[in-house]
Design a protein around this ligand. Structure first.
Ligand code: AMP
Length: 297
């Protein structure tokens, strides 16, 4: 069987979140955390990241539960990355309240021997300079999937362009695609983005699902009708983790979209990662079956 191991680099955070459904402080969060929980259900995940010595034991326990290799998860003196966000109205938009890099400010990852040859790489949302450093140290690179956010498009475009040149799949939301390409048309944006490097581009449409553009045309998936959206934080990262794990498992883009969407639909039903920790395989299978019926080629 092919090696389905996935290397994930991104943020590991303590989040403060306000949504119309309530507010929470110091929740375990960060792009790597959501992606690891999503991908780690079915694939061996190797984590690259850093936390401070204030990172709670429950956070370490979750990483031990979902990751196969934590050699390159460093614990250093200082404060864990912290992020605060506030959602309003229908929760499709959010304001960042604060971003405190903490120990991420000086993070310079040096991959261990075994992590240099992990074949699947997920560059989750983090400074593109860090994404570039990790990708430069990994020599297997069967497939590189990347995610980003508006902050990096606005502030570090040169480094982001260098990462895009190395990417096979770009995951991006509608506003970010527009910001990066200057075009509102989804298809034009996707074509422009594919010219920057990635052969495949997945545009996340928030509460309207996602659409993939690749060399065989386009594929879209809808959303699972969740009873109540409590906190959308991490839905994109969860989608990314589920997407790459399924792609590593069976190579089907359609199934990868379905798996990512099913896990993302679970993520939004609770604050932080709480729902993802409790979801059963049966619930996920039921959501995947529904989502398969929404796929359009
Ligand atoms: P998402 O809702 O998928 O965009 O991901 C939200 C997660 O991204 C939160 O848990 C934050 O901790 C993390 N995050 C927010 N801003 C940044 C940033 N500038 N760099 C890395 N991660 C971030």
């Amino acid at each position: 069987m092919c090696d389905q191991s996935i290397l994930i680099v991104g943020s590991i955070a303590l989040d403060t979140i306000e949504t119309p459904k309530g507010s929470r402080e110091n929740l375990l969060g960060g792009s790597t955390t959501y992606a690891t929980i999503a991908a780690g259900r079915t694939a061996p995940v190797h984590v690259v990241g850093v936390v401070g010595n204030d990172f709670p034991p429950e956070g370490h326990a979750i990483y031990r539960r979902f990751a196969a290799d934590l050699t390159d998860l460093k614990v250093v003196e200082g404060k864990t990355f912290r992020w605060g966000g506030r959602y309003k109205g229908n929760m499709d938009e959010r304001d960042t309240l604060f971003t405190d890099l903490g120990v991420f400010a000086d993070f310079d990852p040096q991959l261990s021997e075994q992590n240099r040859i992990v074949p699947w790489v997920f560059l989750a949302n983090i400074h593109p300079g860090l994404q570039l450093s990790v990708i430069g140290q990994n020599d297997r690179q069967q497939k590189v999937v990347i995610d980003t956010m508006n902050l990096w498009i606005e502030t570090t475009r040169k480094e982001l362009s260098a990462v895009l040149k190395k990417a096979d799949v770009l995951l991006i939301n509608e506003e970010e695609a527009q910001l990066l390409t200057g075009t509102v048309s989804e298809i034009d944006a996707a074509n422009n983005l594919r010219e920057l490097g990635p052969e495949t581009v997945v545009i996340k449409r928030g509460s309207r699902g996602a659409i993939l553009f690749g060399n065989k045309g386009s594929l879209s998936v809808g959303v699972y009708p969740v009873k109540e959206v409590v906190d959308p934080t991490g839905a994109g990262d969860t989608f990314g983790g589920g997407f790459i794990a399924e792609l590593a498992r069976n190579g089907s883009f359609s199934e990868a979209l379905v798996a990512g969407s099913a896990l993302a639909s679970v993520c939004v039903e609770g604050f932080g990662v709480e729902r993802l920790l409790r979801v059963t395989d049966e619930e996920i299978e039921e959501r995947k079956a529904f989502l398969r019926s929404t796929v359009n080629a």
